[in-house]
Design a protein around this ligand. Structure first.
Ligand SMILES: C[S@@+](CC[C@H](N)C(=O)[O-])C[C@H]1O[C@@H](n2cnc3c(N)ncnc32)[C@H](O)[C@@H]1O
Length: 297
């Protein structure tokens, strides 16, 4: 405890009174370190350090021999990701994210079909399905474990208007049911796919004519020289190198990486057939851009 406090004091997180030797955590510091603080809690992100440290040797081997590190080597990933998107998405869902699409809340109240691609443990869909019982929701993800956790969560709450499907979306361009959803979302779930362009083509195919695709994905440029002064560029490239890119490579995938950037995002959306892309930035989420994407101008 003493040594841990030493680290906390010398990093200016905790204060020490030299007279009484009492340690204190100022409330304005606590606000950035506790789960109750919702979007401001930077401690959630620091958990990635331990997660990524666990695969350091595997990643070093990939530098020498090629290939990637598979999801199975990151046992805590989906739990941590659910906490991460709990902050960047759930904490602002009703206040900032749903209002990105004018009229959406009314449509959801009346009843529409929504798909979340790469849904992980499905917390966002569970919240939406609770808020809007007349709408129906589908979540798809590669991970059987994450899908099982999502299903258990939904059944614990007795929910009937959502369904979770475990599937590899690498050929979603061919498998997606045409024009079957009004709203499709991805929350940080395109860049680490094996075949991101096929996923986007599948989303285009599955979206109804007047449907909207809402995409949250990492904020940055596709060109490293533009990211030199990026506030959290080092963190994002490091997470990408040791997770996002490598899990895609392990599936024999493209290995786009988290820092595929806005230019590449727009290029892929165009190749997938989308003709209207509006970018939004939300103050609570320094890590991502929010794209509102439509099939037609
Ligand atoms: C960064 S996580 C985001 C999870 C979730 N959207 C969230 O915000 O919590 C990316 C997700 O993409 C999924 N994924 C990766 N490759 C996939 C593939 N080939 N097919 C389907 N899902 C895949 C992963 O299992 C993971 O849950």
């Amino acid at each position: 405890m003493r040594e841990w406090l030493g680290a906390m004091v010398t990093s200016a997180v905790v204060h020490v009174d030299p007279q009484t030797l009492r340690f204190s955590l100022p409330p304005e510091h606590a606000a950035f370190l506790t789960r109750a603080a919702a979007a401001d809690n930077i401690a959630v992100f620091t958990q990635y350090v331990g997660l990524l440290g666990g695969v350091e040797d595997d990643v070093v081997d990939c530098f020498k021999s090629g290939g990637g590190v598979p999801y199975e080597r990151f046992p805590r990933f989906h739990a941590l990701m659910a906490e991460d998107s709990g902050q960047s998405v759930l904490s602002a869902l009703e206040s900032h994210i749903l209002p990105l699409l004018p009229g959406l809340v009314e449509h959801l109240r009346r009843g529409i079909r929504t798909l979340d691609v790469g849904c992980g443990r499905g917390r966002i869909l569970v919240r939406l399905a609770e808020l809007f019982p007349n709408s129906s929701f589908v979540g798809m993800d590669l991970s059987e474990d994450a899908i099982e956790a999502a299903r258990n969560d939904a059944s614990r709450r007795g929910m009937r208007n959502l369904e979770f499907v475990a599937m590899d979306l690498s050929d979603f361009d061919e498998r997606a049911e045409p024009e079957s959803f009004d709203i499709i979302t991805t929350f940080d779930a395109v860049h680490d796919q094996a075949r991101p362009l096929n996923v986007l083509k599948g989303i285009h195919r599955a979206l109804r004519r007047n449907g909207v695709y809402l995409m949250q994905d990492i904020k940055g440029s596709s060109h490293v020289y533009n990211n030199v002064n990026h506030a959290i560029g080092t963190f994002l490239y490091a997470v990408s190198c040791m997770h996002c890119m490598t899990v895609s490579l392990a599936q024999g995938g493209e290995g786009l990486g988290a820092m595929w950037g806005e230019e590449k995002t727009r290029e892929y959306l165009d190749l997938a057939g989308f003709r209207s892309v509006e970018k939004h930035e939300l103050a609570h989420d320094i890590q991502n851009n929010w794209y509102v994407v439509r099939k037609y101008e």
